[in-house]
Every structure is written in structure tokens, then in C-alpha cells.
Write a protein that binds this ligand. Structure first.
Ligand code: FAD
Length: 327
């Protein structure tokens, strides 16, 4: 691992101004929370920061607070804390389950919600320092001609990574917001606007600018009559990322669908919402035929590569299964 300096910060304000100062001085600095993902990237020399700004030493950034309209989750809250929290279990449909499906118990004990959402891709070409891929400033996405069995079928090009977080698609299905602190102050935006496609920038996964950090995730309580479904398909039962995951929230009234949110994981460089399928579902009675059609609509435009066409049918069936579980 390259030598670096660790700086423990004591407040969000200090973290932001330090990050901004280091950026202005053209120093290579990254933030670290649990370190469960970042330190491996550093050991493998995929990233080689000169400074780590350690957020873990900020007091009061790990919490789950119940408000009237929803839960507020501090960025340093661990995945285990989210999984085990009673209010999350009782009020947020599948969020506890999604947290419990991520990584391994050891990683969930250290890994935070902020780090989970901001984790870098788990593409094998990105993770090997010897491949200077597009995402690391190179010219090529090696998945295009290489082994692309786990890569994107939707939203890809010029890079074909898939978004790795299990929590992010679940949170988008739950209509979560994300709070960001930065040199210009604080802002709260819908979580689905946080992630960016490679067409926008193939070297970044989210909108964070230098000096900005995630401080909180806000999740509203689902509206009455809502049912949720989360399922993750992975290759192994030990820790593994999603090959495809689905998160759905369906609000029904009078025997029909009033509103639906359908979000896929593991299929695109960002958590992939399916707005056309959602629109199709509104006002419909959920049965085999509508659930199947919604799956087909959601996968319209999928462009599988040579090794990953299996994801298309998998994603369609998962959507169908999720919707039928909401009847
Ligand atoms: C072997 C392995 C298997 C895994 N499997 C899964 C899986 O199946 N599903 C899944 O969802 N995840 C999986 N993960 C990822 C895991 O969930 C993350 O490692 C963890 O959640 C990251 O949290 P952290 O606090 O340790 O982040 P760190 O390692 O500290 O940071 C991760 C990244 O986020 C940035 N960051 C951290 N906190 C903030 C913040 N507050 N604001 C802005 N940027 C920030 C860092 O700069 C870094 O780029 C796996 C990881 C490993 C190592």
C-alpha cells in the first residue's frame, strides 16, 4: 500500500473544509468511513490517495431517528445497525432485509450506509490495477471484449459496470432522499438523482463534487396500502454482489394499483428504475398477465453483451415475482 496520511476529523464542517483545502492544493484526498471497501482498493493500488479524511471520528453521525414522516439515518450508521433496528424492520418494508443481504457479517459490522452508497464498482477489470480501464482514466472498457457475464444490460456505454450497492436500489424504491454537505452548504436531493450514468462521466458513479460528503439518508414511511418486495439473486450464498436484484413498492387501493415503484440492481451502472413499467401498472389489477407485461416493459431497450443475456430473463421473472407478491 502506498504511504498516506490519515486525518481524523471531529465535525462535518471540518471534513468539508479540509477536503476543500486539500483539493485546492491539488492533493489527492479521499474520505473513509468504515474502510471495508476503500482499504482494499488502496491495498490493490487501484486508488492511491495521499490523504484519508476519516469521518468515523465525527461524533453523532451514526443514528436512526424516527420522525413523523419517516426515518433519518446518519451516514455512519452501519449496515448491521440498519438490519437490526426495530423501526427499520417494522416501518420500512424490506430495508432491513436488503441491509442484511449485503456482503458478510464482518463487513456489515464495519460498513456504513454512506460508504455502501458511495462504494466503487466491483467490476474485475476496475479492481485490478493492471487494467487501466475507462473508469480509471484509460481508453477502454475491457468488459466490451472481455468476460462480461456480470456487466450491464441497461444504461451501459461507454463503461459497462453495474452499480454494486444492495441498499441503493431498495432506498430508491422507498423514495429516499440523501443529504449532502459541501463547501456550498447542505442540500437534500432524491436518492435516484445521486447516481450518474457513464455517458455523463465514466470515471465517477455519483454527483459528489470535491469537498462534498454524504451525511444522512432520509426514508419516508411508505403510504398506507403499500407492500414491498426485495429479492437479490447471487451466485453464492456466502458474500456476493447481486447478479440481479429487484425492489418494488406497490400501493394498492380498491383492488387496483394506485402507485408502484420498481427498481433493479445488478443490471446497470446505476440503480435502475423502471418508470414505464410503473406507469403501465397504475390503475391495473395485478395478475399474472400484468406482472409479466410490466417485466417486459421494464427490460425494453436492454442490450445484453455476449455473456450476460441471461440477466434479461432473470430480471423479467424477478419483477413478475415481486409484483405478484404484492397482491
Ligand atoms: C468482500 C466484499 C463483499 C461485498 N458485498 C457487498 C454486497 O453484496 N452488497 C453490497 O451492497 N455491498 C457489498 N460490499 C460493499 C460493502 O457494503 C461496503 O464495503 C461498505 O458498505 C462500505 O462502507 P464503509 O463505511 O466501509 O465504506 P468505506 O470503505 O470507508 O468507503 C467506501 C467508499 O465510499 C466513500 N465514502 C465513504 N463514506 C462516505 C460519505 N459519508 N460520503 C461520501 N463518500 C463516502 C469512500 O471514499 C469510498 O470511496 C462488499 C464489500 C466487500 C469488501
Amino acid at each position: 500500500m502506498k504511504t498516506f496520511e490519515n486525518i481524523d476529523v471531529k465535525s462535518v464542517k471540518q471534513a468539508v473544509s479540509l477536503l476543500q483545502k486539500l483539493h485546492n492544493e491539488k492533493k489527492n484526498a479521499l474520505v473513509v468511513s468504515g474502510g471495508s471497501e476503500l482499504l482494499q482498493l488502496m491495498k490493490d493500488r487501484v486508488v492511491t490517495p495521499d490523504y484519508l479524511v476519516n469521518l468515523k471520528t465525527i461524533p453523532g453521525l451514526s443514528y436512526i431517528k424516527e420522525e413523523r414522516s419517516g426515518l433519518r439515518i446518519g451516514a455512519l450508521t452501519t449496515l448491521t445497525e440498519i438490519e437490526e433496528n426495530k423501526a427499520v424492520q417494522e416501518k420500512l418494508l424490506f430495508l432491513s432485509g436488503a441491509a442484511g443481504e449485503a456482503a458478510s457479517p464482518q463487513i456489515r459490522n464495519a460498513g456504513t450506509i454512506g460508504g455502501n452508497i458511495c462504494q466503487r464498482p466491483f467490476c474485475w477489470y476496475f479492481r485490478l490495477a493492471s487494467f487501466n480501464c475507462l473508469r480509471k482514466g484509460g481508453e477502454v472498457c475491457f468488459a466490451v471484449i472481455g468476460d462480461n457475464r456480470y456487466h450491464a444490460i441497461l444504461g451501459g456505454g461507454p463503461s459497462y459496470i453495474v452499480h454494486p450497492s444492495d441498499l441503493a436500489p431498495a432506498l430508491i424504491a422507498l423514495n429516499a432522499q440523501i443529504k449532502i454537505a459541501g463547501p456550498a452548504g447542505e442540500k437534500t436531493i432524491p436518492m435516484e438523482k445521486f447516481f450518474i450514468l457513464p455517458q455523463v462521466d465514466a470515471r465517477r458513479e455519483n454527483i459528489l463534487k470535491p469537498g462534498e460528503i454524504v451525511t444522512e439518508v432520509q426514508v419516508p414511511y411508505p403510504r398506507s396500502g403499500s407492500k414491498g418486495f426485495y429479492h437479490k439473486v447471487r451466485e453464492r450464498q456466502a458474500w456476493d454482489h447481486a447478479i440481479v436484484s429487484v425492489s418494488t413498492v406497490v400501493q394498492s387501493s380498491g383492488g387496483g394499483v394506485r402507485d408502484a415503484r420498481v427498481v433493479l440492481g445488478g443490471v446497470a451502472p446505476i440503480p435502475w428504475r423502471a418508470p414505464k413499467a410503473e406507469a403501465f401498472l397504475r390503475g391495473k389489477k395485478l395478475d399474472d398477465a400484468t406482472a409479466q407485461k410490466a417485466g417486459e416493459i421494464a427490460l425494453e431497450g436492454a442490450m445484453p453483451m455476449k455473456d450476460n443475456a441471461y440477466k434479461v430473463s432473470l430480471a423479467k421473472s424477478l419483477i413478475q415475482r415481486a409484483l405478484l407478491a404484492s397482491v
